[in-house]
Design a protein around this ligand. Structure first.
Ligand code: C2E
Ligand code: MG
Ligand code: MG
Ligand code: MG
Length: 283
């Protein structure tokens, strides 16, 4: 059939591919300029504890405000940033901006929050990362215990030895660590015992189909049980409705993050939310 379609079709595909390559190169050079041009911004998504009915932390989520293309989501540029190594500079920008924001909130008398920052595996496995984090904390004046670094289970698995070494160095500084997107079962029980982390983030992929899916229900329960056994907090990500929240609570998970509670929002909107005497009831 390919033969039948002939030359025109071949050219069509070639042109398409060239366009894609050009688009990618454009994106790469635009990404290089983005930090200098101040095109990155952070949104903050509340993390809610249904026992205290309070926001205890926020996760910083990166957005790229491209002058022509508009808002670009991290899924559309983080992979390219990782390929080109630009992620190292980007993650450091995020870390500094997030720590400075948390310190500014504290100085303004807002409730004390944990600031969660995502770290790419590429960044996390660099041997000088913990030193650079300490420098940012010193420069911004944020106490280490108000910073939580999220590294995905998949990133840890790329090099468990190096990941544990980095985690230990960060832990020694008093920085909190969380395993993001947890639940695919990459980590053995033995490995989990060696991770100096304080929190597991149940992957939203396993939250989505709760409580209907028997498989995902079993996985969610298992992650919650693992957390209890290793004395780790467990937060569910991507909680979108009351049925999911109810299932999680019934299974002893009380920390929630997701659209059902709040979308990621700009700093100013979060400040309004924090000033309200609002209590985050279960539903
Ligand atoms: P993540 O760390 O697992 O973050 C959670 C993602 O789920 C965020 O997507 C968030 O907006 C989204 N989300 C939150 N609640 C809900 C919900 O109820 N339903 C659904 N469907 N989604 C929800 P976002 O902001 O697009 O970020 C995607 C991923 O990009 C993040 O996944 C993280 O891995 C990465 N990322 C974001 N910011 C950074 C950053 O500063 N540095 C690095 N290295 N990675 C980042
Ligand atoms: Mg995360
Ligand atoms: Mg996640
Ligand atoms: Mg993710």
């Amino acid at each position: 059939r390919a033969k039948e379609l002939g030359r025109n079709n071949y050219q069509f595909y070639t042109r398409n591919m060239n366009e894609r390559i050009h688009e990618k190169l454009d994106l790469q050079s635009a990404l290089r300029q983005a930090i200098a041009n101040d095109e990155f911004t952070l949104l903050y998504q509340p993390q809610v504890d249904l026992k205290s009915e309070r926001i205890f932390g926020v996760e910083a989520l990166l957005r790229w405000e491209h002058p022509e293309k508009g808002t670009i989501m991290p899924g559309d540029f983080i992979p390219i940033a990782e390929e080109t190594g630009l992620i190292v500079a980007i993650d450091e920008w995020v870390l500094r901006a997030a720590c400075a924001q948390n310190k500014a909130w504290q100085d303004a008398g807002m409730p004390m929050l944990t600031m969660s920052v995502n770290v790419s595996g590429k960044q996390f496995l660099q041997s000088d990362w913990s030193t650079r984090v300490s420098n940012v904390l010193r420069e911004t004046g944020l106490a280490a215990c108000y910073l939580e670094l999220e590294v995905s289970e998949a990133a840890i698995m790329q090099d468990i030895g190096a990941a544990i070494a980095t985690m230990r160095a960060l832990q020694a500084e008093g920085i909190r660590l969380a395993i993001d997107d947890f639940g695919a079962g990459y980590s053995s029980l033995t490995a989990l015992a060696h991770y100096p982390v304080v929190r597991l983030k149940l992957d939203q992929a396993f939250v989505q189909a709760l409580p209907g899916s028997a498989d995902d229900s079993a996985i969610a329960r298992e992650v919650i049980r693992l957390g209890q056994q290793f004395d780790l907090s467990v937060i569910a990500e991507g909680v979108e409705n009351a049925a999911q929240s109810q299932f999680l609570r019934e299974n002893d998970c009380h920390e929630m993050q997701g659209y059902h509670y709040s979308r990621p929002m700009p700093a100013a909107a979060l400040e309004v939310l924090l000033r309200e005497p609002f209590r985050w009831s279960a539903t």
